[in-house]
Design a protein around this ligand. Structure first.
Ligand code: SF4
Length: 438
């Protein structure tokens, strides 16, 4: 009988073809899905061709997923060239899952498009050339970001070498009050343990407070594991996960998957328990995601811009929350709304509050709505929608606020939940969402 294992250890043991693995062991694993995008795809493809040959074929064309999303709607020639490289490669390799911009297959931000299009399954290994690949841990799988060199090797072999991360456990109890979102929970965790508090560790989220969250909120929680240095973040799959995966999995042939749960008695190198009913809305002040403050401590701080978008804060749940606050009101500062994916963008027209579409609520409030993409989350070329081109202060639903992350090096970015961002958009200062929701 193997020793009790954490969820991450059980998934890695299966991928290594072993009964058990232990923290800090180096193991070879079989990879289920490799994702790349327009920023790192060209580099990955270059390494793949250099080492496997100009005419080499990817290890499994069904499981190499290419999603252009970062620098998409720009005149920048280098950015456009990157997408051309992906296009040529997808054609040459006859890849079925290339979501090309400018076609009706275009999706938007990779981490949200992956589950929407049926590429995330419990018990699997998903690697991506993007640090927020950990988002997919919300589906009970091991998902992590890798560099171009590793990705080039995975592209050719379907295998990689991993050190088994020790697991930290974060338990949330209670139902979230209406003024809190998963973003507040993860900002609280990162503020408590620091941006290096989980370096090369798995962050396992558990407890009735987590399982009460919908799948999009669980994605927000796992998305920011990397902001604490985590190797991966993950949540055991439950009925909510299986329902989503089974429905979306039809798009990719309903592949079988294994649901693992952590063993009773598994060893965690750290555990922290939160009562979510006692938490307050949280922001991360400039210039680090662990620069935590309660909204009550910084309310009244002057702002120039509000931004609601990204893989962290650009999903339907995020827009429903923000629209609930902006409904029938007018923003006081420039407010940018960027749906993560084209599916979310379509949802802005079909989701209603009091007979009004979310899109009309945002537009009537004076917000600007961009096309589905990463947009200004990562700054990008100067013509990027919502980019901070001057040293202004912005409150944002994104996940990073290092100097220059959203554009100008001297701009100040406060990270917050969609509720807090929407409330602040109405007042032009950091505003407590408790004044705007029941
Ligand atoms: S939305 Fe932001 S964090 Fe997410 S993948 Fe794009 S650039 Fe990265």
């Amino acid at each position: 009988m193997p020793a009790p294992m954490t969820l991450t250890e059980k998934i890695l043991a299966k991928a290594a073809g072993r009964d058990a693995v232990a923290p800090n062991e180096n193991i070879w694993v079989n990879v289920d899905v490799l994702m790349t995008h327009d920023v790192c795809g060209p580099g990955t493809i270059g390494i793949f061709k250099k080492h496997f040959g100009a005419n080499a074929k990817v290890w499994d064309r069904e499981n190499v997923v290419i999603i252009p999303d970062h620098y998409i709607f720009t005149k920048d020639a280098m950015a456009n060239r990157n997408v051309d490289v992906l296009r040529e490669f997808a054609k040459e390799q006859d890849l079925p899952y290339f979501y090309d911009v400018g076609t009706d297959r275009y999706k938007g931000v990779c981490h949200i498009a992956l589950p929407e299009e049926g590429h995330t399954r419990p018990g699997e290994i998903l690697l991506g050339t993007d640090s927020h690949t950990c988002t997919a841990g919300a589906f009970g799988q091991f998902a992590t970001g890798i560099g171009n060199t590793d990705a080039g090797f995975v592209m050719g072999t379907g295998k990689t070498w991993l050190k088994v991360p020790p697991t930290m456990r974060f338990v949330f109890h209670g139902n979230l009050p209406p003024y809190l979102m998963a973003k507040d929970l993860i900002l609280a965790v990162i503020g408590d343990i620091g941006v290096d508090g989980a370096t090369y560790r798995a962050m396992e989220f558990d407890g009735d407070g987590v399982f009460a969250l919908n799948i999009e909120e669980r994605m927000t929680l796992c998305n920011m594991a990397i902001e604490a240095g985590g190797k991966n973040g993950l949540i055991p799959a439950d009925a909510v996960t299986r329902k989503y995966v089974d429905e979306r999995g039809k798009k990719t042939g309903s592949k079988p998957y294994t649901v693992f749960t952590p063993d009773a008695g598994a060893k965690y190198m750290f555990e922290k328990v939160y009562d979510v009913t006692k938490l307050e809305p949280v922001v991360a002040k400039p210039h680090s995601p662990d620069n935590k403050a309660f909204v009550s401590e910084v309310k009244g701080t002057k702002l120039d811009r509000a931004y609601i978008g990204s893989c962290t804060g650009g999903k339907m749940t995020d827009f429903r929350a923000a629209a609930g606050i902006l409904n029938g009101k007018a923003v006081k500062i420039d407010t940018f709304v960027v749906p993560a994916t084209t599916e979310v963008a379509a949802g802005l027209d079909t989701e209603m509050i009091g007979g009004k579409s979310l899109r009309s609520i945002f537009l009537n409030a004076g917000a600007k709505i961009g096309d589905a993409s990463c947009a200004a989350c990562l700054g990008g070329p100067s013509d990027t929608f919502g980019r901070l081109n001057t040293p202004i202060s912005c409150i944002s639903t994104t996940n990073r606020n290092f100097p220059g992350r959203m554009g100008h090096k001297e701009a100040k970015v406060f990270l917050a939940s969609p509720l807090t961002v929407a409330a602040s958009a109405l007042t032009g200062v950091i505003e407590d969402p408790r004044n705007h929701v029941g």
